[in-house]
Write a protein that binds this ligand. Structure first.
Ligand code: GAL
Length: 428
């Protein structure tokens, strides 16, 4: 797709500006003296294309400085492949053929992988790097397994409860760029629809679950959200009202066939003026600013998803050390890169996330774009809650039961039936 190609080229200058800071972290010091590991390293990441891949490429480019003799490759094939890279990873792990270091979301997903014996502990690396003092206190428990050991190294923190919009479309329609409630978003999306474009762009696959969870968060609030993942509150009136909101939002969205639409395709509808809004994580910012080279607040705008201002719903991508990794030393060097200041600055500048490191030098902040600076403030001042869709709050099995219920709802739009299914899903 031409947009993607252009993005790969345009992504480079932004990354270059950030990697110019190399040398702030321990990585920079090590880089000057030691040649690092040699041989091979197999990574496994589903960031195989588009804006997502730009972040990984930026991190790998920085790692090249630390390990110039290492041949490093991504074993995952394109995410548009029929079964997808996650399914292929499952197959390989079950067959005892793990990549050296694979991607995993912090939280329940990581703990589940550790409990299944797929991961090697990283406590020694954490001690060496002093990471328990350098990653946020809210995140540390999500990097541990049930046995208390560390199992993942975060490369950054994404915010998931975000609303993206097209300023020109909104201004023509008289719609609000920062609706404070879902009712206000519905009103504004209807204005957009009356003026021509689609009100709300929604992609396929997990995009509907992502929308569902932000609407649910708005309905129950951060404490109610945490209670849901302890298994209580699913039968409440607040959940019922949120599900009605979801039904009404979907009625203002681009008609299916969503199965063929990725999140980037839906973001492209907003960017091109064919839709007014999209609810999506802030990897969308990497696409809008990096790939499409749109100007922040001019070509696109952002706000917290309606009803969730002051709440930072997060997810964190980590890399792991596979149990039985063939190239253990090389994988540990890669993980040291993932958690280093240099690596985090390179990666997050290209990915739309903020660094997980809490010891950012002030000069680094000046090199981030306006969105990332805003997001850093929001992380510092907001209430942090985890995302379901991106692995933080619930087990894969619970997530799968929710998916099954949502699939039925997308076909029948029957709110009471959906809520019953969610109550049952919470019961196990
Ligand atoms: C998530 C991933 C994010 C982002 C998103 C869209 O699962 O962890 O970093 O890439 O998918 O592809």
């Amino acid at each position: 797709m031409p947009i993607t190609r252009r993005g790969l080229l345009l992504g480079v200058p932004a990354v270059g500006a950030l990697t110019a800071l190399a040398g702030y972290g321990r990585a920079g010091a090590a880089r000057a003296s030691a040649p690092g590991p040699s041989g091979q390293l197999e990574l496994y990441s589903w960031w195989t294309e588009g804006a997502d891949q730009n972040g990984l490429l930026a991190l790998l480019a920085d790692f090249k400085g630390r390990a110039p003799l290492l041949a490093c490759y991504n074993g995952a094939r394109s995410s548009r492949a029929a079964a997808g890279p996650q399914a292929e990873l499952e197959r390989r792990l079950a067959a005892g053929d793990p990549p050296d270091s694979f991607q995993c979301h912090a939280g329940a997903e990581l703990a589940g992988r550790a409990a299944a014996g797929r991961l090697a502990p990283l406590d020694q690396l954490y001690r060496q790097q002093g990471w328990a003092e350098r990653f946020p206190a809210e995140l540390l428990p999500r990097l541990r397994g049930e046995d208390g050991g560390y199992y993942g190294v975060p490369v950054g923190i994404h915010r998931t409860n975000m609303l993206w919009s097209n300023p020109a479309v909104l201004s023509r329609a008289g719609a609000d760029p920062a609706p404070r409630t879902v009712a206000e978003l519905l009103d504004s999306a209807r204005r957009v629809a009356r003026s021509g474009p689609v009100g709300l762009a929604v992609g396929g696959s997990w995009s509907c679950r992502h929308l569902w969870e932000t609407v649910l968060l708005a309905g129950v609030g951060p404490q109610g959200w945490d209670a849901l993942w302890r298994g209580t509150g699913w039968d409440s009136a607040a959940v019922a009202a949120a599900l009605r909101d979801l039904r009404d939002l979907l009625a203002l969205s681009n008609p299916a066939d969503r199965s063929m639409t990725g999140w980037e395709d839906a973001t492209a509808l907003v960017a091109s003026g064919q839709a007014g809004y999209q609810v999506m994580g802030d990897w969308a910012e990497a696409y809008l600013r990096g790939t499409l080279a749109l100007r922040p607040r001019v070509g696109y705008d952002w706000a917290a998803a309606p009803g969730t201002d002051g709440v930072f719903q997060y997810m964190s991508d980590t890399f792991t050390l596979a149990a039985g990794a063939r190239h253990r030393e090389a994988a540990l060097a890669w993980l040291a890169e993932c958690g280093s200041l240099d690596g985090q600055l390179a990666f997050n500048g290209a990915k739309g996330a903020i660094p997980a490191r809490t010891d950012l030098p002030p000069q680094a902040l000046a090199l981030f774009g306006p969105y990332a600076r805003w997001s850093l403030d929001q992380w510092r001042d907001g209430v942090a809650v985890g995302s379901l869709t991106h692995g933080v709050v619930a087990s894969a099995a619970w997530g799968a039961r929710i998916d099954a219920a949502l699939t039925v709802f997308l076909a029948d739009r029957d709110v009471p039936r959906f809520q019953d299914a969610l109550v049952r899903a919470a019961g196990g």
